[in-house]
Design a binder for this molecule. Structure first.
Ligand code: B1M
Length: 215
């Protein structure tokens, strides 16, 4: 099995966009678990590319290619990640999005897929979502949870704006936040109901939030 993970790592690290989907398909055909493919294969490579980009050893086109390769892999893996949730009764609606000014979407997609697999109904607003759009959709759809992702230290402040808008308009949804620069203390400071470090923790948190109780 290790050679499948090595191949997933390689296609992302090398930015071989067209090879990523087929690598995911081969791994699934061999019986690998889709979440393991995400965590042990594709994400490890993306994190490494991110580290090297941060250190100045890789450049934007390589970051873009690695991100695009993971997106292609997710296109194959996401339906399989969600499969187990299809037949269950909904645990509640989660309105999900990446905040304004931020176009990182991979983590949010994984969070959405695992929430759906756990039995939540997920409406994904996409990326670069202004506070007004979160508010508009929350008033329209009345979600149990509004979830916000932010990957940049410059955009995480937008989470505060969204929460302020929701509270101001008395939208009763619970709010969860996540993303690489987000911390539990930040979540507390901005008045979120909870923070999750990764997608599995997001599912646990969402279950707790619909069951009641602040984190
Ligand atoms: Co960007 N980027 N990027 N990037 N990028 C980071 C975030 C960075 C840390 C890289 C670095 O310098 N080392 C850095 C941010 C620095 C900072 O602010 N502290 C950075 C930068 C600087 C930038 C640009 C400014 C680069 C430039 O243009 N000069 C630019 C900004 C664009 C913008 O948003 N306006 C930019 C662009 C991009 C790409 C478009 C090329 C691409 C994104 C492609 C896409 O998403 N379609 C990209 C990528 C791929 C990355 C890295 C390498 C990987 C991000 C990722 O997908 N991780 C990233 C480095 C890194 O994070 N190591 C980096 C995998 C994903 C599964 O993890 O998103 O953290 P993550 O999600 C996790 C958890 O955080 C959590 O669960 C997920 C699953 O476990 N989680 C939640 C996430 N959301 C949650 C929500 C929840 C709960 C949990 O509840 C609602």
């Amino acid at each position: 099995m290790e050679h499948f993970y090595a191949e997933m790592y390689r296609v992302v690290y090398e930015g071989e966009v067209d090879a990523a989907g087929p690598a995911a398909e081969r791994a699934l055909a061999a019986g690998l678990d889709p979440l393991e493919c995400v965590n042990r294969g594709f994400m490890r490579a993306l994190e490494q590319v991110g580290r090297e980009f941060g250190a100045g050893d890789k450049f934007l086109p390589e970051l873009v290619a690695a991100g695009e390769a993971v997106q292609r892999a997710l296109a194959v893996l996401q339906p399989r990640l969600q499969e187990s949730g299809i037949r269950r009764e909904s645990l509640g609606l989660v309105l999900l999005g990446t905040v304004e000014g931020d176009i990182h979407e991979i983590g949010k997609r994984i969070v959405g897929a695992l929430l759906a697999a756990a039995g939540f109904e997920v409406v994904d607003l996409g990326v670069d979502v202004p506070a007004a759009r979160f508010l508009e959709r929350a008033r329209e759809l009345r979600p149990a949870i509004v979830g916000m992702s932010a990957l940049l230290t410059t955009t995480m402040v937008r989470q505060r704006e969204v929460i302020a808008a929701l509270r101001r308009e008395n939208v009763p949804a619970r709010v969860m936040v996540g993303g690489a620069p987000v911390t539990p203390s930040w979540a507390e400071e901005i008045g979120a109901d909870g923070y999750a470090e990764d997608a599995s923790a997001a599912v646990d948190l969402a279950r707790q939030l619909v069951g009641g109780g602040k984190q």
